[in-house]
Design a protein around this ligand. Structure first.
Ligand SMILES: [Zn+2]
Length: 311
């Protein structure tokens, strides 16, 4: 059988999916070896593919990486130790005559959601991925928009307060500093200290999920934190929608597990900040969770194979 591999290269794990006839038939994960500036990573991936090919014929490999991508090159991926790496070239050398696609991880997640998840059926989509940071991806007319140097969709670094919190990017007041899991915990910590009220947020080892859970239980201070988070996220979302006018804003990442509770508040506040003609932009939750990357990487190949009618 002809098969395609969809690979999601993350900072701690590499998730690998084997697809036959458009269906995920095998899924496994290996640890990301970041030693020696990650020089073993591509070989580890190729070996894993070879091991799991069995009697199937490999026709394509899609891989997403945690950094900007242009023409098959990764232009730096700090958390796996990479500077400029020709991922497409290196994998193609190992597997000649196989279609190889390389894409940014946020874009891959978006592709996955676009083809078979929460954004299915929409043509113009922006995804906000709320995790440790706030990532983004843009699909215009059914195609991922990468930008001049692969840096499109950096929604997390929209400035919402020029005198605000320092950001890891070197700027101040980036929306990510308030709406990522890390940012939410920081706000929770500040509010719990300054509120002068009893609050469940005083729990030891508070997690971002706790903050949402306590808010859902009606804890006043936790609710205030969520109001603040969704307000700031709505300002960022409005800036994006005023610019791109997408059909859909898709909300994904670990923080989005808070579900409708988060989405309802975000949508309500969004209407307050958005230009009147984009005020009715639809919002939805991502559906594929941690598998979005392998599905998106797979589809980046599948849609091309399909077009050239090799299958
Ligand atoms: Zn920033």
């Amino acid at each position: 059988m002809k098969c395609i591999f969809g690979i999601d290269l993350g900072g701690t794990q590499i998730k690998i999916g084997k697809f036959i006839d458009g269906k995920l038939v095998l899924k496994y994960a290996i640890d990301t070896d970041v030693s020696d500036n990650g020089k073993n990573i591509i070989n580890d991936i190729c070996v894993t593919i070879e091991k799991n090919l069995n009697s199937d014929t490999l026709i394509g490999i899609g891989i997403d990486v945690p950094g900007p991508v242009k023409d098959g090159w990764v232009l730096g991926a700090q958390n796996i130790g990479w500077k400029s790496v020709n991922v497409k070239g290196e994998i193609s050398n190992r597997f000649p005559n196989v279609l190889v696609e390389v894409l940014n991880d946020a874009n891959a997640a978006l592709y996955g959601e676009y083809y078979c998840g929460g954004a299915k059926g929409y043509k113009n989509v922006v995804m906000m991925t709320l995790g440790t940071g706030l990532g983004g991806g843009i699909i215009i007319d059914g195609k991922v928009y990468e930008g001049a140097n692969g840096s499109s969709g950096e929604i997390g670094h929209i400035c919402i307060d020029k005198n605000g919190r320092d950001c890891t990017c070197g700027l101040k007041g980036c929306v990510e500093q308030y709406t990522s899991a890390v940012g939410i915990l920081r706000t929770a910590d500040e509010m719990r200290k300054s509120c002068g009220k009893e609050t469940m947020l005083n729990k030891e080892n508070l997690t971002c999920k706790d903050v949402f859970d306590f808010a859902k239980l009606g804890d006043e201070v936790a609710l205030e934190v969520i109001e603040d988070v969704t307000d700031k996220l709505a300002i960022g979302a409005a800036a994006v929608c005023n610019t791109l006018n997408p059909d859909l804003m898709l909300v994904g990442g670990g923080v989005s597990k808070a579900g409708e509770f988060l989405l309802e508040r975000l949508e309500k506040k969004f209407k307050k900040y958005a230009f009147y003609s984009v005020r009715d932009t639809k919002f939805a939750l991502a559906k594929l969770g941690n598998d979005a990357g392998i599905f998106g990487s797979f589809y980046s190949v599948w849609c091309k194979v399909d077009e050239s009618s090799n299958l």
